[in-house]
Design a protein. Structure first.
Length: 95
């Protein structure tokens, strides 16, 4: 069972598909994720049980973030304003 990564209220800020290149001042490319905006310091939940395979350090467009792998693939949870508390190799639970 999938768990929503954020509690309501959230706002969808970017959907799957092509970027608006004028708005983001980047070359056109496909956005492969769904960006959700939430209140600062709102808890983040993992969609499924899995293992942390990568933690981002805050550089680049992703900001701070974490990638998990599970039986159905992988999830990127990104754009955090501070370094995530999870470590690579750590097992995480949904919810």
């Amino acid at each position: 069972m999938l768990v929503a990564p954020l509690l309501a209220p959230v706002r969808v800020t970017q959907t799957f598909g092509n970027y608006n290149q004028q708005l983001y001042r980047r070359p056109p490319h496909r956005h492969k994720g769904l960006d959700l905006r939430a209140a600062l310091r709102q808890p983040v939940f993992f969609p499924e049980d899995g293992v942390v395979v990568h933690v981002w350090n805050g550089a680049g467009a992703f900001g701070y973030g974490v990638r998990t792998r599970d039986d159905n693939g992988s999830w990127n949870l990104a754009h955090f304003d501070e370094r995530p508390r999870w470590e690579e190799g750590q097992h995480v639970r949904a919810g």
